[in-house]
Design a protein around this ligand. Structure first.
Ligand SMILES: NC(=O)C1=CN([C@@H]2O[C@H](COP(=O)(O)OP(=O)(O)OC[C@H]3O[C@@H](n4cnc5c(N)ncnc54)[C@H](OP(=O)(O)O)[C@@H]3O)[C@@H](O)[C@H]2O)C=CC1
Ligand SMILES: CCCCCCCCCCCCCCCC(=O)OCC(=O)COP(=O)(O)O
Length: 324
């Protein structure tokens, strides 16, 4: 007669057999497949980015500057765009410092223009195509933010924000698109914002420009799929940059304050890595934000009434804090 203890030992043995013959090989097999998948993904990404001609707007500071460093490290041939030629030269020197230069021998090209000047944008696109022949990846990063009430804001301020954040990037995109279509190759990136998906009070011009950006590049993605052109929309939450310092206010003057939310945001280097990976993996869109902004995006879509109530109380609170 089999005792209970013997039955228990036999069951334990069976379990151990099952673990060593099924569970452990399955676990290691899955880990192996995952590691192989990640390796293949990395190799594909490296091949995609190495030698690629990458145009970055707003390369003089913040996220644009960090994207320049990340794509340079990935071996891309950079075209750095900005309004300040001295800052661009400084960045080229930094990138061409011996340590970086050994990894990527291509000296970045610089193009100076203001995105709110459509003619200058078209000329810049021509200059880029003349100098490099083609563009593989365009990163529409440059932008400005806004702080103010709608009732006090001059229309010239709304236009300035729209020109910089929306018309400038779409003008550059339209100027480079025909050459991408001709080659049936290209990748267009729009750095939007969480505020391209939700609107928060006292940011009307900024949120409107980013919603327009999201809409335009979503349309573009569908239209250019037939030419194998990729479109990636990146929507970050707060990033530690000069964005709030450089924001315009209701009368068009500089805001000049480093907001706590911005100062406590993600680092620009972290977000640049997300941009690099999203481009390398040809992602359609990516939301790079903390839990609250992400929840706010879902809430806006799933329960708009509650979202609007929260935004109204946020506006009330901010107005009270300012004593207005
Ligand atoms: N910081 C944040 O919290 C977030 C930022 N973003 C987005 O990230 C992008 C980069 O901003 P960020 O790095 O944070 O801010 P920064 O202010 O540090 O950088 C903005 C860049 O845009 C350039 N720029 C501004 N206006 C113009 C113009 N008229 N013509 C050409 N270039 C111009 C600036 O050039 P110059 O040096 O000449 O001023 C600068 O290089 C923006 O699109 C922004 O909306 C999105 C979500 C969050
Ligand atoms: C249980 C659900 C709770 C979720 C609701 C909370 C609602 C609180 C609102 C939070 C709003 C977050 C907004 C984040 C916006 C953002 O990250 O924007 C990034 C920027 O573009 C920064 O630009 P700015 O000029 O505003 O500094």
């Amino acid at each position: 007669m089999v005792t209970a203890a013997a039955r228990k030992t036999a069951e334990k043995g069976k379990l151990m057999d099952f673990t060593s013959t099924v569970i452990i090989p399955l676990l290691f097999g899955s880990l192996g497949i995952f590691a192989l998948f990640r390796l293949l993904q990395w190799v594909r990404m490296r091949t995609y980015l190495q030698e690629a001609v990458v145009v970055i707007t707003g390369a003089t500071s913040g996220l644009g500057k960090e994207c320049a460093k990340a794509f340079h490290a990935a071996g891309s041939r950079l075209v750095l765009c900005g309004r300040d030629s001295e800052k661009l030269k400084g960045l080229v020197q930094e990138l061409c410092a011996v340590k970086n230069h050994r990894k990527n021998p291509h000296e970045p090209h610089t193009v100076v223009f203001d995105l709110s000047d459509t003619k200058a944008v078209v000329n810049a696109a021509e200059e880029i195509l003349k100098a490099l022949g083609h563009v593989d990846i365009l990163i529409n990063n440059a932008g400005i933010s806004f702080r103010g009430t709608i009732v006090d804001t001059g229309l010239h301020v709304d236009k300035k924000v729209m020109e910089t954040n929306y018309f400038g990037p779409i003008a550059l995109t339209k100027a480079l698109l025909p050459s991408m279509i001709k080659r049936r190759q290209g990748h267009i990136v729009a750095i939007s914002s969480v505020q391209g998906k939700i609107s928060i009070p006292f940011r009307s011009a900024y949120a409107a420009s980013k919603h327009a950006t999201q809409a335009f590049f979503d349309c573009l993605r569908a239209e250019v799929e037939q030419y194998d052109i990729e479109v990636t929309v990146v929507s970050p939450g707060y990033i530690q940059t000069n964005l709030s310092l450089n924001a315009v206010t209701a009368d068009g003057s500089r805001y000049g304050v480093m907001d706590k939310t911005t100062a406590e945001g993600q680092t620009a280097a972290e977000v640049a890595q997300v941009v690099l990976n999203a481009v390398g993996q040809k992602k359609k869109e990516v939301l790079v934000a903390g839990l609250t902004p992400c929840l706010a995006v879902y809430l806006r879509n799933l329960c708009p009434r509650l979202f609007f109530t929260l935004m109204a109380s946020k506006a009330k609170k901010e107005r009270k804090a300012k004593g207005s």
